[in-house]
Ligand binder design. Sequence first.
Ligand SMILES: Nc1ncnc2c1ncn2[C@@H]1O[C@H](COP(=O)(O)OP(=O)(O)OP(=O)(O)O)[C@@H](O)[C@H]1O
Ligand SMILES: [Mg+2]
Length: 250
Amino acid sequence: MSDISAITVKNLVKSVATQEGELTILNGINMDVKHGESIAILGPSGSGKSTLLGLLAALDSPSSGEIILDGIAIQNLDEEKKAAMRKQKVSFIFQSFMLVDTLNALENVMLPAELAGISKAKEKAKAMLERVGLSHRLNHFPNQLSGGEQQRVAIARAFICEPKVLFADEPTGNLDAANSKKVADMLFELNRESSTTLVLVTHDLVLAKRCERQLLMDSGELSEARKKHLDATQPSVVKADSEPVKAEAS
Ligand SMILES: Nc1ncnc2c1ncn2[C@@H]1O[C@H](COP(=O)(O)OP(=O)(O)OP(=O)(O)O)[C@@H](O)[C@H]1O
Ligand SMILES: [Mg+2]
């Protein structure tokens, strides 16, 4: 079992039909992530990072290529089996949070634990929200929370089932320096204590450097990031239009 990779990707291609014709978003991605490894994916806005993460978590289907998640070839699964696999092994922190609008913070965090039949879901959800500094916002609905608070609820929700693999799309994108550090500490605690494999998309060079490996997405192609890509004095390589590289990275 231990020699099976957490994630293996072979020649992954994602194309979509647009009004201007076919657009190739991912152009032959290969990668291998070991169990318990932490990986940061950097790259400019629009380069295909979120698209790749969605495919790896079986939330979307590739045009061609193979994804093997914890020994299972996910392209061979029907939607029902994919959903079961996600519930069992995977958590996802979305760039846009994807909280349930009609549930308050506590209920949002409890939901996956209840669906997975975990006992004491409410107590666990409360403890998780306390860890992300939101004990005073349990009864607030998503539209009554700031962007950073919604992000922390999403993080608490992703952690509650102690997933085998955690995918996070810009987990610190809306947080100030203090909360970014708190969230990053939590991510690596989960990585250490539960051997959770981390695959993070981030523009935050401090977070990226804490990962064991850094990959660079550029125009739908993935390669090992070089030192210059992690150098905050040359931020143009990874900087998104809307998300400047954090000042504390320098
Ligand atoms: N369903 C779709 N139809 C058409 N184009 C799409 C679709 N999904 C993504 N794209 C395009 O593919 C490219 C990659 O998108 P993606 O969201 O993966 O980028 P990203 O690297 O995550 O960017 P950011 O850092 O801004 O979040 C973008 O140019 C986007 O407009
Ligand atoms: Mg994105």
